[in-house]
Design a protein around this ligand. Structure first.
Ligand SMILES: *[C@@H]1O[C@H](CO)[C@@H](O)[C@H](O)[C@H]1NC(C)=O
Ligand SMILES: *[C@@H]1O[C@H](CO)[C@@H](O)[C@H](O)[C@H]1NC(C)=O
Length: 328
């Protein structure tokens, strides 16, 4: 359960690191153009810089045939044998212990196999440091011996604890109680030294030492392939697909909320969904996706550029790339 919090922090860090160049307008490369070393530009939406050929290459869509060993599938899908033994880009790793499956690859960890339509832990196998091998209300605890792990009931808000590991993700063991970190709520006009002090629920952030309302920048037109650095605000970048500035990093009040947010863990728990280290968050088949999709999208892309109702947004796969990189 801890992994989610860890990932969101890593995600934030990776976004912050790239924020230096956020205002630069990318040199937009079209399909089949060279993207060698990433020096020559950004591959347009729906394409990626393929390892080996170093050409901007279209992702292979869900259900289409693919070549074994080549991962050109759209993020969230993988090139795997389908029920007929044909390699296609298919959904994977969306079911945990006790959940439905058709293929072994539907189960979220390698310790699980699909037996009679249900993901089950292989015989003689324990949870091996992975909460995905335990039920939604348990976590995998290992003794100092590497292979000595068991599933133990997880503690929720208000339960007594001795370490943070025992508490549901997003909670901390504070004064021996699993506790939610509260967002500070200094109001408008209050003095502040960092944005975390101002009430982010009301959209406030710390600017010039005073809590103020954050005004979201608008989506204005921009021109890719220029060296001009001020076409978009520092929270946006110029999109290669329709030459408009879109949000790509969290606004200060969102940064604050993301840092303290355990809502996804709580939503998963309330709906009886196990999370686990290798669950595929982009699959629409998983329990957590069916019940908490909105929260997954917010955590991943902070509502950025949302266009379709249940979709995580127009450029979400850029963020998915960070995510997949971290998860695998
Ligand atoms: C940007 O540059 C690339 C190659 O340098 C070119 O193919 C592309 O059409 C340009 N895009 C725009 C919007 O000018
Ligand atoms: C890119 O190359 C592939 C394979 O050679 C070809 O099928 C495709 O039409 C090309 N795409 C563009 C936009 O030229």
């Amino acid at each position: 359960m801890k992994i989610i919090y860890f990932i969101s922090l890593l995600l934030l860090i990776s976004i912050y690191n790239s924020s230096v160049n956020a205002q630069l307008c990318p040199n937009c490369l079209k399909e089949n153009q060279s993207c060698k070393d990433g020096k020559f530009g950004t591959c347009e939406s729906g394409t990626f810089c393929a390892y080996g050929s170093e050409l901007c290459t279209s992702y292979i869509k869900e259900g289409e045939k693919c070549e074994e060993g080549h991962n050109y599938c759209i993020p969230g899908k993988r090139c795997l044998e389908d029920v007929n033994g044909i390699y296609r880009c298919i959904d994977h790793s969306f079911s945990n212990v006790g959940e439905e499956c058709t293929l072994d690859s539907d189960c979220s960890t390698k310790e699980l196999n699909c037996i009679k339509g249900v993901c089950k832990l292989n015989t003689n196998q324990n949870c091996l440091y992975n909460d995905g091998n335990c039920k939604y209300n348990e976590y995998c605890e290992c003794s100092s011996t590497v292979y000595d792990c068991i599933c133990i009931p997880i503690k929720t808000e208000g339960d007594s604890c001795s370490t943070t590991d025992e508490c549901l993700g997003g909670l901390f063991c504070f004064s021996s109680i699993c506790t939610k970190l509260e967002i500070l709520t200094h109001g408008i006009g209050s003095p502040c030294t960092f944005s975390g002090e101002c009430n982010s629920n009301d959209g406030l952030y710390c600017s010039n030492g005073i809590c103020q309302e954050f005004v979201e920048p608008k989506s204005t037109p921009c021109t890719p392939n220029t060296t001009s650095t001020n076409q978009c605000s520092k929270y946006q970048s110029c999109s290669c697909s329709d030459e408009t500035c879109y949000q790509t990093i969290p606004y200060p009040p969102q940064q604050n909320q993301l840092t303290y947010n355990g809502d996804l863990n709580q939503c998963a728990y309330d709906n009886g969904c196990a999370l686990g280290n290798y669950l595929n968050y982009y699959s629409s088949e998983s329990c957590v996706s069916k019940n908490c999709r909105k929260l997954i999208c917010e955590m991943k892309s902070q509502d950025y550029m949302k266009q379709k109702g249940d979709d995580c947004g127009r450029d979400a796969y850029k963020l998915e790339l960070y995510y997949i990189f971290i998860l695998t």
